[in-house]
Design a protein around this ligand. Structure first.
Ligand code: NAD
Length: 498
């Protein structure tokens, strides 16, 4: 059985913890490996290594930092299949879906390869007589990333390439449920020539997270996970004076207008609702059918979902894999029951799905609930499983009002053939990422990713230009080179431009 250890200072690090967590193969329902769970002392060892590395990495030329990113990118290409296999085996998602996240994560590395261009400062000539002014940005120091189970490589890649390329050193605390991809990423960075201690992995649970939040040697924290933990991390890191961005959970709505192409909308809603077994922070979970769209739309979603192939992620025909743990499976099944008891119509019921030969796997079939109302727990709570709920509203305004009343504001989409509807929707809705006939509007790496309201705590979105800003701090320099014989105009009044 594989046992994952931390990776600190360019090598495997066992530390002083005797606590181990089980890592499951969710398709078979068995523990397949174990992961060491860090103590506060192990986090301290990582901070010591990262702080030491920062002394030289922060001074390394931006060109040299960019070259490491180019080499790291190439290694991610060469190891794409291996990474996808690790992700699929620990998370459960299909191999094709796992490869998709490797590619989307790699795009952040491609963005970071252009760091010399991104770090160009600003310059003003002659802000006053003989005086110039320029702004440039420097790294903030040792930064930490705390990540969720559902994108074992992509979400960490939202963080560390940008942090490292901007000159910081990094400590990753990945989800203890999916440690394998981070272990390989650490080795690939070393192979790419990244100096020891610039990228470190500390595996663990709440103990490690609390140690990160408390450690005075950590300057910034990026977090992605559920809303309660995002709030906790935001408050904890703020209390200890760190820069923090904490991305939380979601309840993403897809509004379908009567003027939409309903076949197109149904195809994309099925993909966005059931892909990765609904375990994406940008998954569609609430379908808001406007006016007469509802009956036909529900039929079309059902037709397309009923025969989805659910199996182990390595099955080339699988469209959906298991969910991550037995507890997740039980929670999702329970929510469908709660919806039914509250009066929702169960159009498609995935609760009793058993996959032949994988009877112990954590499988839930696609489930579709119609006539859902905003007071039902299937609507108010983030289910994080393959459950689509349909709410019916009379107008676009009512759909927007419904979305804006929801505490989450991560992603949303509208399906329509009207430019006017699309424009009204994108301007009025209180959500950070919006798709117009695009159900999962995850921004490309050169834009920034982030929700509103309870989906993000902190000031910065992640990766893209906002990532560069988060991991750097600005300096403004005002310069005068007086002529040797120049008369000094120094006076005690506050200086104004001449
Ligand atoms: P989670 O909040 O349980 O865990 C996230 C991280 O926090 C993990 O590293 C975990 O070890 C740590 N953690 C868990 N409990 C903790 C505690 N009590 N104290 C301190 N640290 C703790 O999330 P998850 O189940 O791994 O991932 C799914 C959640 O992540 C969903 O809510 C999903 O919407 C969200 N998510 C959000 C985004 C986004 O961009 N907004 C992206 C991906 C996932």
């Amino acid at each position: 059985m594989t046992q994952y250890e931390h990776y600190i200072g360019g090598q495997s690090f066992q530390g002083d913890s005797d606590r181990l967590g089980d890592v499951y193969d969710p398709a078979r329902g068995i523990a397949k490996s174990q992961v060491r769970l860090a103590t506060a002392g192990d986090v301290d060892a990582a901070v010591t290594a990262a702080a030491k590395a920062f002394q030289t990495w922060g001074e390394t030329s931006v060109t040299a930092r960019s070259r490491v990113m180019f080499d790291f990118r190439q290694l991610l290409v060469e190891h794409e299949d291996e990474l996808a296999a690790i992700i699929s085996s620990e998370h459960g998602k299909t191999l094709a879906d796992a490869k998709g996240e490797v590619v989307r994560g790699r795009e952040v590395v491609e963005f970071a390869c252009g760091i010399p261009q991104l770090l160009k400062g600003e310059y003003n000539d002659q802000v006053s007589g003989g005086i110039d002014s320029h702004t440039f940005r420097q790294p903030i120091g040792v930064v930490a990333g705390i990540t969720p189970f559902n994108f074992p490589i992509m979400v960490p890649l939202w963080m560390h390439p940008v942090a490292i390329a901007t000159g910081n050193t990094f400590i990753l605390k990945p989800s203890e449920r999916v440690p394998g991809a981070s272990d390989l990423v650490a080795r690939l960075y070393t192979q790419a020539g990244l100096p020891d201690g610039v990228f470190n992995v500390v595996h663990g649970d709440k103990v490690a997270v609390d140690a990160i939040l408390e450690h005075p040697g950590i300057a910034g924290v990026s977090f992605v996970g559920s809303t309660p933990i995002a709030k906790y991390v935001h408050a904890g890191a703020s209390r200890t004076g760190k820069r923090v961005q904490a991305l939380g959970g979601a309840k993403n709505h897809a509004v379908v207008m009567p003027d939409a192409d309903l076949d197109f909308a149904a195809d994309h809603i099925v993909a966005a609702g059931y892909g990765s077994a609904g375990q994406r922070c940008m998954a569609i979970s609430a379908v808001v059918a406007v006016g007469p769209a509802a009956d036909t739309l529900v039929d079309k979603i059902r037709e397309r979902s009923v025969d989805l192939k659910v199996s182990v992620g390595t099955d080339p025909d699988a469209e959906m894999g298991p969910v991550v743990t037995k507890a997740s499976r039980d929670r999702i099944v329970d929510y469908v029951g709660q919806g039914e008891a509250a009066g929702a119509k169960v159009v498609l019921d995935g609760r009793d799905l058993v996959v032949e030969g994988l009877e112990e796997g954590f499988f839930v079939g696609p489930s579709l609930l119609d006539d859902v109302t905003t007071d039902m727990s299937v609507y108010t709570d983030e289910i994080f499983g393959p459950v689509l709920t349909v709410l019916r509203v009379p107008t676009l305004d009512a759909a927007i009002e419904l979305i804006n009343s929801n505490p989450y504001g991560n992603g949303t989409a509208v399906f329509t053939s009207s430019g006017e509807v699309a424009r009204t929707f994108q301007r009025k809705v209180h959500v950070g990422m919006i798709g117009i006939n695009v159900p999962v509007p995850v921004p490309m790496a050169f834009h920034s990713f982030g929700g509103w309201k309870d989906s993000l705590f902190g000031d910065h979105h992640i990766h893209g230009p906002e990532g560069v800003r988060f991991y750097t701090q600005a300096k403004v320099v005002t310069t005068r080179w007086p002529h040797v014989s120049e008369e000094s105009l120094a006076q005690l009044n506050f200086p104004t431009a001449q």
